[in-house]
Design a protein around this ligand. Sequence first.
Ligand code: UD1
Ligand code: MG
Length: 454
Amino acid sequence: MKLGVVILAAGQGTRMKSDLPKVLHRVAGKPLLGHVIDCARGLSPVEIVVVYGHGGERVRAEFDGQHDLQWVEQAQQLGTGHAVQQAMPALNACDQVLVLYGDVPLTRNETLRELVEATAHQGFGLLTVTLADPTGYGRIVRNDGGRVQRIVEQKDAGAEELTIREVNTGIMCVPRDRLSGWLSGLSNGNAQGEYYLTDVLAMAVADGFDIQVRQPAAAIEAEGVNNRVQLATLERAHQRRVAERLMTDGVTLRDPGRVDVRGTITHGRDCEIDVNALFEGQVTLGDRVRIGANCVLRNVEIGDDVEILDNCVIEQATIGRDSKIGPFSRLRPGAELVGGAHVGNFVEIKKSVIGLGSKVNHLSYIGDTEIGAGVNIGAGTITCNYDGANKHKTTIGDRAFIGSNSALVAPVTIGENATIGAGSVIGKDAPADKLTLTRAKQVSIDWKRPTKKK
Ligand code: UD1
Ligand code: MG
């Protein structure tokens, strides 16, 4: 069977009260439509067609360069049936069509796979859910034998139909050639004056189809986003799912309700994550990594036995094994800690290598610097890497010791085993093995403190 996927994404999203098209609002940092596209890709379809309308250019631009997508414009939103009809000419390689909604982001791949497999031989498949409160949804009407007969929209339903709690998710899988025929037979003579995709179901039944109904494991899989309350609900549901996967895979989460993953985490064994952690992009954790409360990690690679203490912000950095970071450290892009490093409170490191076992424990800025192994950077040391126009490099050799409150004015090199006296301003290279300092001599003089005149 060759599968084609149509994703309906032309709706206005009025209730979002936003300048951004609805399907570009994000769950876990990824547009709603991106979730649906990725889920569709997991089914290895031969083609994916996205029907766009409102804010179309912005939607297309977001997925620029993704060449497996075809885009079809639905200039006027005349209904879900009309939307699918617009996509039909683009669907020319498949024999089954799976219809998805661009604002329903949490459908699991397994759920769709089951639906698609149930219709592998030119069948008609429908995904439904049974809700305590079905208000607003199309209801699934079955006959006495329990076979699905048709779908009736809320606004067209009679009193008895409104009591039906099994509802249409909108997701269906149908034979392409038959679908074309049914779509051309749709009319908009209904309460909303729209061409309803749902009406093709009754046509299929009339043509002798036995509708294959599947239900997802949880109703959240079929939930759409119409407003920002629903957006937040789906965000939490998604995060809960991610948290459960992490725990199942052996990660300790102090509170699974207080971790956010906007990207992917790969991890080793026995990692522990305290509350309010935020992970973005690709984060890799080795074995036994411990992450304190309130940390933000964005595109970070962390080796075994690393400890990140509370309140650190770490971005595009590599942290080698046995290092200890924080609390309150900031590692910016290009920070590379080789291993066994200590980076302490109120230390900022940018585009610098910190060698094996080196320490930068308090109140420092290290930028565009290469630090060797076994170096101790005293409190308040600043690399002056910027002259107002250009950036310059600082090099610090193995086992150097930089006294507190020193300014290293780049470009400058500190030799191996060199010692810099506290409070120095080092603008010329400091040789290996020597004490270098720039400091006014300390003097003590007899002196009388002035007193207030009467
Ligand atoms: C639709 C179903 C309803 C189902 C519900 C599930 C129909 C007629 N009804 O109702 O049975 O219970 O979804 O959420 O299909 N869209 C377009 N172009 C259009 C109209 C809609 O692309 O002209 C897209 C929307 O962007 C959205 C999806 O189709 O992603 C569903 O549209 P929506 O207006 O939400 O349909 P409902 O009335 O909720
Ligand atoms: Mg809807």
